[in-house]
Design a protein around this ligand. Structure first.
Ligand code: DX5
Ligand code: ZN
Length: 223
């Protein structure tokens, strides 16, 4: 694997105490998070609701320089591109399942100054997302059904990660859902380099140690 790939850990604050969104986010960054993975849900694409660009903008006002990725679990991702860019988002990751103009959306995201992530649910074949690699900066392979934190890691999704890593040695590949110390080995050996972890990091007694363990495991697999 290439030494140009970086191991990056992006905790998800979904299962944290959201009344303390800023404090929880800052704590994760102080404990070594490389970026923040912000789960945006609209109650349509997934059966859950979280927060949108007004909240992200407030968080950005308090945290000036961290890399923010929004994971858009929404049925109309095009609608939120410009509000999220205005809120200070660095990477806009959206699901390709509900849209038929993926390339257009990728172009609009780039034009608004954000990086592009394309995401697939567990039931979507990897070939569906492979088509868009040339117009995206990152691919997200979901390792749970999107919608809720704290679900069980789906190891069968590693086949997709392995396939992409074999074909695209330099591609940023993110995994999300049920990832923690118990499952990071699978993710790292399959070739994922961007790691989202929610409950495993939030619930850990020593966040810094958990984040470091996740990063070290991925780093070893990259070298
Ligand atoms: C699931 C979200 C994930 C999730 C991660 O819909 O996209 O980001 O909250 O949390 P854990 O690590 O607890 O599965
Ligand atoms: Zn997510």
């Amino acid at each position: 694997m290439s030494r140009h790939l970086k191991a990056l850990i992006g905790p998800s604050i979904l299962n944290s105490d959201l009344s303390k969104l800023y404090e929880e986010s800052q704590k994760l960054l102080d404990n070594g998070a490389d970026y923040l993975h912000l789960d945006v849900m609209d109650g349509q694409f997934v059966p859950n609701l979280t927060f949108g660009h007004p909240v992200v903008k407030c968080l950005r006002n308090r945290i000036k320089d961290a890399f923010f990725e929004t994971h858009m679990m929404v049925s109309n991702p095009e609608q939120w591109i410009s509000p999220m860019a205005d809120a200070g988002v660095n990477q806009y990751t959206f699901h390709i399942e509900p849209v038929n103009n993926v390339e257009d959306i990728c172009r609009k995201i780039k034009e608004s100054g954000m990086k592009v992530g394309v995401a697939i649910k567990p039931g979507t074949p990897v070939s569906e997302v492979e088509k868009y690699i040339s117009v995206a900066d990152m691919v997200l392979i979901m390792t749970v059904e999107p919608g809720f934190g704290g679900q069980k890691f789906m190891e069968d999704q590693m086949e997709k990660v392995r396939y992409l890593r074999d074909q695209y040695p330099l591609l940023d590949i993110e995994v999300d859902g049920g990832v923690g110390p118990a499952t990071i080995g699978c993710c790292a050996s399959a070739g994922a380099n961007m790691i989202v972890s929610g409950t495993a990091v939030i619930g850990s007694k020593d966040q810094a140690a958990t984040i470091k363990l996740l990063r070290d495991t991925v780093q070893k697999a990259i070298l």
